[in-house]
Design a protein around this ligand. Structure first.
Ligand code: ADP
Length: 213
């Protein structure tokens, strides 16, 4: 992104508030000549921030601003948006996992092994599927129904929200555990947090409303 000069920024603000506005009127507002403004107006129109229409004048390009805000997504890190992961014991019953889902108001639970490494993911559908099986949900441990390592799709804190969104779309899942690698060969990861479709939606709104830049 190019850094605007103070003068260019002033022009942009004038056009934002008064557009469409002629070059002459912008020059008058800044108490300079029309000729003195020509290079700045050229830069602003060439970069797409302003548009010029003959006999109408300069006006602000809303779409350009929107596109720039949308592009901010690429720079947002998973680390800054991750939520707290809700962990249950592998021996927890499916029944208690359902209760936990409501108590914590989440859609996905995680299990970890004795060393705290990510071991399993239990989603709403996993629990519903188990319930359809007519089994005794108070007896059935979540370890039987969970998606386990090495099949869990993970994300690192330093990756972008865009990467997280793409993974969720590509793998048809609602959330990703945020992890730190312990041993790649043994597939061991420490569970740091979670990124969900809700997290992504919230980040989108914050970025578009200009709260995060
Ligand atoms: P829901 O069941 O609420 O629709 P998901 O779409 O996230 O939630 O889950 C669908 C399936 O994918 C479930 O079997 C779940 O265990 C599995 N799953 C969820 N998250 C992951 C993940 N990060 N990596 C691998 N599998 C996952």
């Amino acid at each position: 992104m190019i850094k605007l000069s103070k003068r260019q920024d002033e022009i942009l603000q004038i056009v934002k508030q008064n557009g469409p506005i002629t070059g002459k009127k912008i020059a008058d507002k800044l108490s300079v000549t029309r000729a003195a403004l020509r290079p700045d107006l050229a830069i602003l129109t060439m970069s797409g921030k302003l548009e010029a229409r003959p006999r109408v004048g300069y006006y602000f390009n809303d779409k350009f601003e929107l596109k720039q805000q949308a592009q901010q997504f690429i720079y947002q890190k998973v680390a800054d948006f991750k939520a707290h992961p809700i962990v249950v014991e592998k021996s927890t019953s499916v029944y208690n996992a359902v209760v936990q889902l409501f108590l914590e108001d989440v859609g996905t639970l995680y299990t970890v092994d004795s060393e705290g490494h990510l071991a399993g993911v239990i989603s709403r559908k996993d629990l519903l599927r188990a319930a359809l099986g007519n089994r005794n949900l108070q007896e059935l441990p979540v370890s039987v129904i969970m998606t386990r390592m090495p099949n869990i799709i993970t994300i690192f804190p330093e990756e972008s929200l865009l990467e997280a969104a793409k993974k969720m779309i590509n793998y048809h899942i609602d959330s990703l555990p945020v992890v730190k690698e312990v041993d790649q060969q043994k597939n061991t990861y420490l569970l740091l947090g979670r990124i969900t479709k809700t997290t992504i939606t919230r980040a989108y709104v914050e970025i578009m409303e200009g709260k995060t830049v």
